[in-house]
Design a protein. Sequence first.
Length: 246
Amino acid sequence: MDLEHDGDIERRSGVTLWRQIADRIRSGIAREPDGREGRLPPEAELAERFGVNRHTVRAAIAALVQEGVLRSEQGRGTFIVRRNRLTYPIGARTRFASGLEGQAEARRSRLLRSRVETPPPEAAKALGLNSDARTIRLETLSEADGTPVSVATHWFDASRLADIADAFKRTGSITLALRECGVDDYLRRTTAIEARHAGAGDLEALKLSPGAIVLVTRATNTDMDGAPIQYSETRFAADRVTLSVE
C-alpha cells in the first residue's frame, strides 16, 4: 500500500498525529488499484514510517476499524475491508431510492429533526425568498441495506410547504412528501459538489471516525413551472458513495 504519496505528517498543523496517520492510511487504501483485501503493514513498521510511537499508530488503526475501513484479527493482523461503493446518479431527476435501485435491496430515509427558521443566506437566495422569510428545515438520514449513506439538511418555503415535515415523517421520502403537499413532480436545477472533513454531527450519524471525508452537494430543486421548492445540502460518506453527474 502506497503511503508515500501524501508526504510526511505535520507536527504543528493543528491536526492530531493519529488523525493525520488515519488520513494517510485511508488515502493509500483508496489508491490501491486491484481492490484486494490486503494486510496492513505491522504497527512497528507504520510507527517507523511516520516517526511516531506505536500508541499513536494504534489510535489511528482503531478509528479506521470503527469506521469499517479496516478489520483486526487477533493473532493475524489488520486487514483492509473492501466494500462495493454505491454509485449515486445526479441529474435532472435525482431521487435517493430510485438512484440506488439495483445496488441496495433496502433503501430508506428518516427524519432526524425539523424546525421552522429564518433561512441562511444561501438557502434564501436559492429559494427566491427574503432574508426574513420563514422556512421549514429538515435534517434527514438515508441508509442503504442498513448502512448510513448520507445526511442532509433541506429548506422549504414555509408559506407553500408548511406540512412537509409531517408528510416526510409519514412517507420517509422527499418525493412522496412533496406530492402530499401538492408538488406532483420536480426537477434538479443546480448542483454544486465539494469534499471536506466530516463535522462532529455527521461523524456520529454516518458512523465515521474523525478525519473521514464527506462529499457535499448543494442543490436546488424546482417544480415543473420552474419555481424553486427545495434547497438541500447533502453529505455523503466518501468511502461508500461515488457521485455520478449525468
